[in-house]
Design a protein around this ligand. Structure first.
Ligand SMILES: [Mn+2]
Length: 330
């Protein structure tokens, strides 16, 4: 449940508001931050969007006015008096970075707006809704109930949030209310073809050659219930691919009918591997990722494992296989 009363009373009593999101931010965090910032500015608030890192160039199309700042030391003296510190798309101060944690201590009040699972006590105090497809969907509802019309900038930012966090409406969290919200964003002027090019756009043809090479190595386990793909450092270097551009590759395999779990393994270095998970519903990959030191949602999660690519693949596949054999026999 989203605590609208607390949101409204905090906004009413606050003049200076800082909005941040988690480190290595994704499009849901950035989109939610930018949309909420535009909305609160319309209410006459002084809003500062501040993140641990400067905005990546891939998100610049959402921030034509350059409102998102990366932390630098002068912020600590400049921002002496903050009334409200809002964290979007995360539910812990551990996720926002060491410097932003220091900034949060300068604020009178804290508010989390998020859709990741957390405790009931925490949910009661903040704007948390784990059934929402994206934090952007919650932000859209908060903006609407504040009677602020969606501007084009808010629309594009929230559309981006929802597209990224549902992999273009493919996840079980997508509801009629998600589509109702999206309808209003299109009414604000968002054009799907233009937005999709910004969200998924590639400027280099070599990306498609890389994609071909990676997908050619797609495998399934014997039961066919797990489909997986691996990306090596050599692939990334050979095609000059930014690892940030590989996030969506796992979604290519959602359409494999027999799959219950989809995994993508990406080599970070010789002893570190990133594992991304998707679930078609039977298995909670959020708790698998959590048990392996990571986290996420029940249908989409990730972790980083201190093992070689090969050993990570073996270990993770046997673990997921075991869980799948238990769920199908019960
Ligand atoms: Mn999110």
């Amino acid at each position: 449940m989203v605590n609208y009363e607390r949101f409204n009373s905090l906004i009413k009593q606050s003049k200076t508001i800082v909005i941040t999101t988690h480190i290595s931010p994704d499009a849901d965090g950035i989109g939610s931050q930018i949309a909420l910032s535009h909305a609160l500015t319309k209410l006459g608030k002084q809003v500062i969007c501040l993140n641990e890192e400067a905005l990546e160039s891939r998100y610049k199309y959402l921030d034509k006015m350059n409102i998102v700042e990366g932390f630098s030391k002068p912020h600590l003296t400049k921002l002496k008096k903050i009334d409200l510190f809002i964290i979007v798309d995360a539910n812990s101060l551990e996720r926002i970075g060491d410097n932003l944690k220091l900034v949060s201590q300068l604020s009178k009040e804290l508010l989390f707006i998020d859709h990741h699972p957390t405790s009931d006590e925490f949910t009661a105090l903040h704007c948390i809704d784990t059934s929402s497809a994206a934090t952007g969907e919650i932000v859209a509802r908060l903006i609407e109930q504040s009677n602020i019309p969606f501007s084009f900038e808010m629309g594009l930012a929230l559309y981006t949030s929802i597209i990224i966090d549902t992999s273009s409406f493919q996840y079980p969290t997508v509801s009629s209310s998600t589509h109702n919200t999206v309808a209003k964003l299109l009414d604000a002027g968002v054009s799907p073809p233009m937005a999709m090019k910004e969200i998924y756009g590639q400027t280099d043809i070599s990306f498609y050659h890389f994609l071909g090479k990676v997908l050619e190595r797609t495998k399934t386990t014997e039961s066919k219930k797990i489909i997986y793909v691996q990306i090596t450092l050599k692939d990334l270097n050979q095609y000059k691919i930014d690892p940030e551009d590989t996030h969506g590759i796992i979604n290519q395999m959602l359409s494999y009918k027999p799959a219950e779990v989809i995994c993508m393994f990406r080599e970070i270095d010789k002893t570190t591997t990133k594992v991304s998970f998707r679930s078609m519903g039977k298995v909670n990959v959020g708790s698998i990722a959590q048990a392996l030191g990571g986290g996420g949602h029940s249908y989409s999660a990730a972790t980083i494992i201190k093992l070689s690519l090969k050993n990570t693949i073996n270990q993770v596949l046997s673990k997921v296989d075991l869980i799948l054999s238990k769920t199908s026999s019960s």
